[in-house]
Structure formats: structure tokens, C-alpha cells
Design a protein around this ligand. Structure first.
Ligand code: ADP
Ligand code: ADP
Length: 231
């Protein structure tokens, strides 16, 4: 259960346009942390830096006290499980999709791991369970079912850090709350970072950072931030 620390992180995609303007925050080990803010604030950029798609211009990002610039790409990828907003599934069964990425294990092993990790609440509602065909880009599934599979695919690898980048944002509120409740149950003491643009998505978070125009605008609990305008 590692901690995640951003230390005065400055970054932009083009050299004359700074996107993250000296961002610092700390996610204690095991915490449910959330980043919320309007579109364009830099939330996805923050996620990309954590995953080292890009390196900061200055400042550091630490996982468990270690600068991620010093960690191999392989261990960084093993440490962080990411679920994006619009997950792409293979035109195969749910079992295959969940097993994807666990090249060390057979599909049966991965299914056993999913049962062991109590991931079944994420998939059991589908009529044929692991055998359900997801279709081209997951089209045979509803948006909510697709994201459930994507979350199970990530969690089955047991990443110490879970990064949800607007993972439920495209879903209706009821489906979203349903998935979040399940996620809460199956992922209790993991370090997790949820990125969202509405506060209702992250009501369960221990601590919330409000990002605005690449800066930390505010931070606090859900209750404290409910009084904040524009969220
Ligand atoms: P959010 O996730 O909060 O909506 P983003 O991190 O996606 O915000 O984007 C922050 C800013 O960075 C936006 O102004 C966006 O236009 C810009 N941006 C995002 N990705 C790129 C990119 N690949 N190249 C150039 N600018 C980008
Ligand atoms: P990671 O490899 O980062 O641990 P996952 O193992 O969860 O992530 O795999 C998700 C990635 O797999 C997606 O971001 C996507 O790039 C790739 N992927 C999944 N399904 C497909 C597909 N049908 N076609 C192409 N790429 C896919």
C-alpha cells in the first residue's frame, strides 16, 4: 500500500504553455484520494505524469518515497492499475478480457484469482458470466457492464495503486453509484486516486483535491467541499 506524493510538479505539453503550475499533494498509503475540477484543469495530465507518459519539467513524483523517474517502466506499470473513461475491450469473452495483461497466468487461473479477490460482484450479473462475448469494442455490453469488466481486468492484477481516470463519468448517476459501491467493497484498503469532474462521483473519498487551471484551488473532505461553488 504505497503512498503517492507530488512535489511542486510543473509541466506543459508545449514549452510556452504551462499546464500544471507547481502542484503538490500527498496521498497517504491506503487512502481513497480524489482529484476533482472542471474540464481542462489538468486532471488527466496529472494521471499521465503519474504513469510516466511524460516527465515533469520540474518537481518530483514519489511512490512510496521513491522518485518514479528512478523506477523501471515495468515496476511502475505493476504498481499502478489504471481504468480510463472509455475502456477498450477485446472482441472476446469477458474471461479473456479479464485475463488480458496477466500473461503469467491461464484464463482459468485469472478467473480463480477474480473469485479469490472477490471481484465477482463486478461481473456476476451478466447472464453467462466469464463466458459472455463482449463484441466489437465491447458493444454487446452496456457502458456500465463494460466499465465493470475494465475495472475487474485492472484489479485482478492486484495493483497496489488504483487510478480511476473518469472511469464512471460517462455513465448515468445510478449506474455510477452502483459501480462505485461495488468498487468500494472489493478494494477497501488499496491506495486509490479517483479523477472526476463532479463531486457526487467521489463522495466516498477520504480526501479531495480541487484542481483549477493547473493549481490546487482547495482541498478537504466531501462535506467541506460541498459548499464550494461550481462543482
Ligand atoms: P482535464 O483532465 O482536467 O480535463 P487535461 O489534463 O486533459 O484536463 O488538459 C489540461 C490542458 O492541457 C488543456 O488545456 C488541454 O487542452 C491541454 N492538453 C491536454 N493534452 C494535451 C496534449 N496532448 N497536447 C497539448 N495540450 C494538451
Ligand atoms: P496496462 O497494459 O497499462 O496494464 P491493461 O492491461 O488494462 O493496461 O490494458 C488496457 C489496454 O489494452 C488499453 O489501454 C488498450 O490500449 C489495450 N487494449 C485493450 N483492448 C484492446 C483492443 N480491443 N484493441 C487494441 N488495444 C486494446
Amino acid at each position: 500500500r504505497p503512498s503517492v506524493v507530488f512535489e511542486d510538479v510543473v509541466f506543459g505539453y508545449e514549452k510556452d504553455r504551462t499546464i500544471l503550475k507547481g502542484l503538490s499533494f500527498e496521498v497517504p498509503a491506503g487512502q481513497n484520494f480524489a482529484v476533482v475540477g472542471p474540464s481542462g484543469a489538468g486532471k488527466s495530465t496529472l494521471a499521465r505524469l503519474l504513469f510516466r507518459f511524460y516527465d515533469p519539467w520540474s518537481g518530483r513524483i514519489l511512490i512510496d518515497g521513491q522518485d518514479i523517474a528512478q523506477i523501471t517502466q515495468a515496476s511502475l506499470r505493476a504498481a499502478i492499475g489504471i481504468v480510463p473513461q472509455d475502456s477498450v475491450l477485446f472482441n472476446e469473452t469477458i474471461g479473456y478480457n479479464i485475463a488480458y495483461g496477466r500473461s503469467d497466468a491461464t484464463e482459468e487461473d485469472v478467473q480463480a484469482a477474480a473469485r479469490g479477490a472477490a471481484l465477482m460482484p463486478l461481473i456476476e450479473r451478466l447472464p453467462q458470466g466469464f463466458g459472455t462475448e463482449v463484441g466489437e469494442r465491447g458493444l454487446k455490453l452496456s457502458g456500465g457492464e463494460k466499465q465493470r469488466v475494465a475495472i475487474a481486468r485492472t484489479l485482478v492484477k492486484n495493483p497496489p495503486i488504483l487510478l480511476l481516470d473518469e472511469a464512471t463519468s460517462a455513465l448515468d448517476t445510478r449506474t455510477e453509484q452502483d459501480i462505485l459501491a461495488t468498487l468500494h467493497r472489493v478494494s477497501e484498503d488499496r491506495t486509490s486516486i479517483s479523477i472526476a469532474h463532479r463531486l457526487s462521483t467521489i463522495a466516498d473519498s477520504d480526501s479531495i483535491l480541487v484542481l483549477q487551471d493547473g493549481c490546487l484551488a482547495e482541498s478537504g473532505s466531501h462535506l467541506e467541499l460541498l459548499r464550494h461553488d461550481g462543482l
